[in-house]
Design a protein around this ligand. Structure first.
Ligand code: PXP
Length: 266
């Protein structure tokens, strides 16, 4: 049986018997990064992250994650609005806890927001949110989002004080930062230590009533090593999926161009 057929069958059985299946949220920022490299400032351009989101969902992804950064380096406001209009599944909006983006989120109304730290000089979100150090402002945003019917997740390192603070301020979910796990993946001792941190944090969060997601740096090689981590509901994965799509799609893209060029009369 092909892997797609097997996956489809597993999905149908899972829904039939209400068994658990780890959910995948695809982070499509990287599609917009490619577009912005060529078309920054233009209202159009390719590749289109909204079309990419539709393909991810057709392939079976459970949700779409997009980060509207203050510097708009990849996703633009119009992308987030179009995603909201076109998606029938969950839209997870990653965002910094800053006034401008909070107001946009309250208008766009994603299903869930994931609050992340943001620094202009970073290439991608590098560290977890210091929830313990910003309980006041985060509680205010959490409350405003919840009042509007939007769930709140907090992107945090697997550290006990951060998990405890996330529960204290009333978040519905946390996303455990798997960057350190991914970074130490090739070092057996480091990998074991990071998996142990994730296990402990997931247990603690679950015990405190938080839903547990995870993401950052996950790829086709390291994702299976997360299996010992309990209570995971959703993984948010971006870079490795978008990278792999180049690997598996480039042949077809070149073949299609060669067909067009073969028409040249000479
Ligand atoms: N989750 C969060 C909160 C992130 O900031 C990112 C990176 O944008 C991801 C998941 C996805 O990380 P990656 O692109 O490394 O898969």
């Amino acid at each position: 049986m092909g892997s797609r057929t097997w996956l489809g069958l597993r999905r149908r059985l899972a829904s039939l018997f209400h068994t658990f299946m780890l959910r995948l949220g695809v982070n499509i920022d990287h599609v917009a990064t490619v577009r912005e490299a060529r078309y920054r400032g233009s209202p159009e351009g390719e590749p289109d992250p909204v079309a990419a989101a539709a393909l991810c969902l057709e392939a079976g992804a459970h949700g779409i994650t997009a980060h509207l950064r203050e510097d708009r380096r990849h996703m633009q406001d119009r992308d987030i609005w179009r995603l909201r209009e076109s998606l029938r599944t969950r839209l997870n909006l990653e965002m910094a806890n800053c006034r401008e983006i909070v107001e946009i989120a309250l208008k766009v109304h994603p299903d869930i927001v994931c609050l992340v730290p943001e620094r202009r000089e970073e290439v991608t979100t590098e560290g977890g949110l210091d929830v313990a150090g910003q309980v006041g402002p985060l509680t205010e945003t959490r409350q405003r989002m919840n009042d509007a019917g939007i769930e709140v997740s907090l992107f945090i390192a697997p550290d006990p004080p951060q998990v405890e603070a996330a529960a204290r301020l009333g978040a519905q979910a946390i996303e455990l930062h798997t960057g350190a796990f991914a970074g130490h993946f090739r070092d057996p001792a480091g990998r074991a230590r990071e998996v142990d941190r994730l296990i402990a944090a997931a247990r603690q969060a679950h015990g405190l009533g938080l839903r547990v997601n995870a993401g950052h740096g996950l790829n086709y090689e390291n994702v299976a090593a997360l299996e010992p981590v309990p209570h995971l509901v959703e993984l948010n994965i971006g870079h490795s999926i978008v990278s792999r799509s180049i690997g598996v799609g480039l042949r077809q893209a070149v073949e299609e161009m060669l067909v067009l060029m073969a028409r040249y009369p000479g």
